[in-house]
Design a binder for this molecule. Structure first.
Ligand code: PLP
Length: 428
């Protein structure tokens, strides 16, 4: 397998792009080598500029839940393109997508569309502060909520991959209202409330996917919500990754919890830049033009993104692939564990439906500290062998693998063969 054209583009890209990428998670810093440059994708496959074809388990970090270029999404977007790309005024499709989203999440009476998950979360946090009149926010170590200043502490995703404790350029003042707790540890939340009556709410990834996949322990979210209610604080559930992926109603539907404020992204735009935040009526009344919390966007509710989102969610609802996701995910989990055992490789697999993650460690992973015990060098060896065997993975031990509803038995067989080759290589 050759990567000559990718290498050439990488060198060319370095001149005017930072690291030749537009998001650090796309760099191959922790696995070595150059990032691959992609030419096209269709269904479950993605093709790089050298013509190498891979089964794609990155799926644009989650949005391509139906596979690439699903014919209904493609058609809807092409139709929208004929009418104009951006108007700076309202369109009917914004109302249609808002209804689909609000119907799926019982805790959302109203929604506001933005352009990314980062924007969704930073607006959701502003809203929590506006509604409660309090300043502080608790986040969990290892959770990633986008690149807004206030939450770039003890964050997962690219910061974890690059071993950064936080970000340069974030002033102390920007994080002084951010408190950190440990995932799956309610006591660590309670401790903050014991010393502080200025806490607006807690933000959480309901299934963490940015320190690798870390699953909430039984009833953790339900107990957390109950506790926050007793303190008059809000539960902000960041479903940017899990929304419409864990279930049509997100992780909240599955875990039996209702957020005060929900943040969405990824799947709701079907691959186009969209985010959203929403809540019950009384909370959303705070948002301008109804209330005094200002939040705006030139391209928000973009017609192409709305068309992509409506087509994706409509098809997703029709397909209802959540049972299939669970079954396929379980098959891959077993394949990973059995193959690791065959080659005597220490491995722990965390999975929640169609999000999964093999950690190269033999102890369980329930939080940020435990995730960091994973052997990232072994992951790098495994990663490249998967690439050579035609499976495209996120280039980081700490990013989730995503499944699409387009994945076939043939694809699973190919992934299984690649896993065998990967584990064999790790064991050498
Ligand atoms: N929240 C979560 C849980 C995420 O996984 C991400 C991105 O991966 C974000 C927020 C930020 O979204 P975006 O990259 O669209 O700004």
């Amino acid at each position: 397998m050759e990567f000559k054209k990718s290498e050439k583009l990488y060198k060319k890209g370095l001149k005017n792009l930072v690291g030749a990428v537009n998001s650090p998670v796309r760099a191959f810093s922790s696995v070595g080598g150059n990032p691959l440059f992609i030419k096209k994708a269709k269904g479950t496959k993605i093709t790089d500029v050298d013509g190498n074809k891979y089964i794609d388990l990155v799926l644009s970090y989650g949005p391509m839940i139906l596979g690439h270029r699903h014919k209904k999404v493609q058609k809807a977007v092409e139709k929208a393109l004929q009418k104009g790309y951006s108007f700076g005024a309202s369109t009917e499709n914004e109302i249609k997508l808002a209804k689909i989203v609000c119907d799926a999440f019982p805790g959302m009476d109203k929604v506001r569309f933005v352009n990314s998950g980062t924007e969704a979360v930073l607006s959701g946090i502003r809203l929590a502060r506006a509604f409660t009149g309090k300043d502080k926010i608790i986040k969990f170590a290892g959770c990633y909520h986008g690149h807004q200043d206030a939450l770039l502490v003890a964050a997962g995703s690219g910061l974890m991959t690059l071993s950064l404790p936080g970000s340069k350029g974030v002033p102390e003042g920007a994080v002084k209202n951010t408190l950190i707790s440990n995932y799956n540890d309610l006591e660590s939340v309670k401790k903050h409330f014991e010393n502080d009556d200025n806490i607006a709410g807690v933000i959480i990834e309901p299934i963490a996917g940015n320190m690798g996949v870390v699953v909430p322990e039984d009833n953790f979210l339900v107990e957390l919500k109950k506790y926050l209610e007793s303190k008059g604080a809000l539960l902000i559930v960041d479903e940017v990754m899990t929304g419409f992926r864990s279930k049509f109603g997100g992780a909240q539907e599955l875990l039996g919890v209702e957020a005060d404020i929900t943040c969405l992204g990824k799947v709701i735009g079907g691959g186009f830049p969209v985010g959203a935040y929403g809540a019950r009526e009384e909370i959303m009344q705070e948002v301008a033009p109804l209330g005094g919390m200002y939040q705006a966007g030139t391209l928000s509710g973009n017609p192409i993104a709305m068309a992509g989102g409506i087509a994706t969610l409509t098809e997703l609802k029709k397909q209802n692939p959540y049972k299939q996701f669970e079954e396929t995910g379980a098959i891959l989990e077993v394949i990973l564990l059995e193959t690791a055992k065959k080659y005597n490789v220490a491995l722990t697999v965390n999975r929640f439906g169609s999000m999964l993650n093999p950690f190269f460690v033999n102890s369980e992973v329930t939080n940020f500290v435990e995730a960091q015990l994973s052997d990232t060098k072994k992951f790098a060896v495994f990663f490249w062998e998967m690439i050579r065997n035609g499976v495209f993975l996120p280039p980081s031990q700490f990013e989730a693998w995503f499944l699409s509803s387009a994945l076939s038995d043939k694809d699973i067989k190919k992934i299984s063969k690649a896993i065998d080759a990967g584990m064999k290589k790790v064991a050498e």
